[in-house]
Write a protein that binds this ligand. Structure first.
Ligand code: HEC
Ligand code: HEC
Length: 293
């Protein structure tokens, strides 16, 4: 919080409370002499409005809440950056709660963190905790069943962009990943030819002539560096296998064309700092358990 904002909050809050004191003093003032005054307002024949003073207990309660406000500020702070006598702050309370949770749950995670990932993938207790971590941190992108969506890989199948080894999967989660499919490698009629060739890689017929396909295959040379000469992909780069019929961005001719013309840049965030190594280990076990039946 900046100094300016801090002063602004402190001054506005104080003025508000003082205005409240004034308001209550002003509206209570003098009413005792007029006690019982008839205002002359009458409804429903005999329902009269009198001008009675505010009940004393209510007034004192009101003044009490104002005094409470100042005591509260003195103890806990709240007027901008001014600290209370108890030194309480939201951040401190949060940090204390996190430390407490770490002390309580740390040993549980440490236990699972020391397990081999393939064994953890079959451990019911570990998978239950992993699932909870998964639902809280990953389901927004990969779906609550981990089956993914367009641009977000399915984590429950056997196709892995970055490799199926437990360590590959864990590294994806710890450090994050960035897919880099460059745009505009082929242009003009070359695009249709390459789309036709890519379709043929997974055994589909695009209706293109042999000649067009051959041209597409020649132009595919620009892609082979990443997707491999046979289109089997490259897990070191996260370049998808184009032959397996599993598509990250969709396998229709239109979607493939879009991948080629506009490029693709999927980003998987890193969880090392937010979850820490132990929890990443446990959630990795859960993910692996989904595809290792
Ligand atoms: C903001 C969205 C987002 C969140 C949140 C997210 N991911 Fe991802 N994840 C992605 C994207 C996008 C990719 C694909 C990256 C690419 O295209 O190269 C990915 C890739 C992965 C991969 C690599 C898959 C493969 O085929 O090799 C794994 C494993 C993974 N995520 C697991 C997780 C786990 C576990 C969590 C929760 C701790 C998580 N992700 C949270 C978006 C997300
Ligand atoms: C520099 C490496 C690189 C080159 C060169 C490259 N790609 Fe890619 N390609 C990738 C990566 C990485 C991805 C995954 C992008 C992501 O994860 O967001 C990808 C994704 C794709 C996809 C989407 C696949 C899916 O599952 O939805 C298609 C289709 C594709 N590339 C075709 C091509 C074609 C055709 C060429 C040549 C014209 C080519 N790529 C050249 C790295 C490359």
């Amino acid at each position: 919080m900046s100094d300016g904002l801090s002063w602004y909050i402190a001054i506005v809050t104080t003025i508000n409370i003082l205005a409240m004191v004034w308001l209550i003093w002003w509206s209570a003032k003098g009413t005792y002499e007029q006690s019982g005054d008839d205002t002359g307002h009458v409804w429903d024949e005999d329902l009269k409005e009198n001008n009675n003073p505010l009940p004393r207990w209510w007034l004192w309660l009101f003044y009490g809440t104002i005094i409470f406000a100042f005591i509260y500020f003195a103890l806990y702070g709240g007027l901008g950056k001014i600290q209370g006598a108890l030194g309480w702050s939201q951040e401190k309370q949060w940090e204390e709660e996190v430390a407490e949770a770490k002390e309580k749950y740390g040993p549980i995670f440490a236990h699972y963190a020391s397990m081999d990932l393939e064994a953890l993938a079959q451990d019911p207790g570990g998978r239950e905790i992993g699932q909870r971590l998964y639902l809280n941190n990953c389901a927004v992108c990969h779906g609550s069943d981990a089956r993914g969506a367009r641009g977000f890989p399915n984590l429950a199948d056997d196709a892995w962009l970055y490799g199926s080894e437990p360590q590959n999967v864990k590294t994806s989660i710890l450090n994050g990943r960035q897919g880099m499919m460059p745009a505009g490698l082929v242009t003009g009629e070359g695009v249709d030819q390459v789309v036709a060739y890519v379709l043929s890689l997974s055994g589909r017929d695009s209706g293109a002539s042999e000649k067009e396909l051959a041209r597409g295959k020649a132009k595919y040379a620009a892609c082979a560096g990443c997707h491999g000469a046979e289109g089997k992909g490259n897990t070191a780069l996260g370049a998808p296998d184009l032959t397996d019929g599993v598509w990250l961005y969709g396998g229709s001719p239109g979607a493939i064309r879009k991948s080629i013309v506009e490029g693709r840049n999927g980003v998987m965030p890193a969880f090392q700092d937010t979850l820490g190594e132990d929890k990443v280990h446990v959630v990795t076990g859960y993910i692996l358990g989904l595809s290792r039946k």
